[in-house]
Design a protein around this ligand. Sequence first.
Ligand code: NDP
Length: 244
Amino acid sequence: MTGRRALIVGASSGIGAAVTEVFAGAGADVVAAGRRIHRLEGVAAGAAGLPGNVTPMELDVADEASARVGVAAAAEILGGLDVVVNNAGVMLSATVQTSDPAEWERMVRTNLLGTLHVSHAALPHLVASKGTLVQTSSTSGRTASAGSGVYAATKHGVNAFSEALRQEVAAQGVRVVVVEPGMVDTELADHLSDPTMRTLAAQMAGEIRVLDPKDVAETVLFAVTRPPHVSLNEILLRPTEQVR
Ligand code: NDP
């Protein structure tokens, strides 16, 4: 990864913070983006001794202008983009009958539209470098289940968009990699407003050995370090004990 230039969006905690650390550890220069700048500064400080540089950047994917300006600024700072990781996401699960449509909108704006905005802004840079676009989807991008209808809809959307994009840019040497983790130990479930879903998430996390963010980050590193003619289009990884 030495000399490679990466933008990680949704890098302030969990999987994105781990990808930032693993990439910088492997020598890449990284712009770590998200809304919570103090957390991003902490991620950058934690990476201080690593071979690659980490630059924190404030960026809100739910705001098209912020995504566009942020991607351009990251390309400017790094002198181009070889890897972009679209990792920003929120999971506000609840049944359709009990959920708040404002939370549906937040998930669609962040998980789906946010991924679209960042991908669109990043494409000219990735075409120029024959780079790699990594999309953090989920097992919910493959299988929907009760209580996660809208979250699953956003992740199915990410998968569909990414497959279409892959076909469009393959001949230009750009790789599109969809990563679909099962349960990972992060802050994702902390934002659940539905008490039943909070209890369920805590219960599930307590019953099995879930993935560490680093497990996912190392998988992403593996995908982006394959030779240029090898494209891992879709990677599903679950905790071994996770059944569905
Ligand atoms: P975290 O809550 O720890 O991380 C979510 C990240 O998304 C944060 O860095 C957050 O940064 C960022 N984010 C949220 N909203 C925005 C926004 N509007 N603009 C920019 N960044 C935003 O959870 P995870 O690490 O688990 O989540 C990362 C991804 O992994 C998500 O897409 C999630 O759906 C997916 N995933 C997670 C699984 C799990 O079990 N944890 C399983 C499968 C997929 P900030 O708040 O600073 O903006």
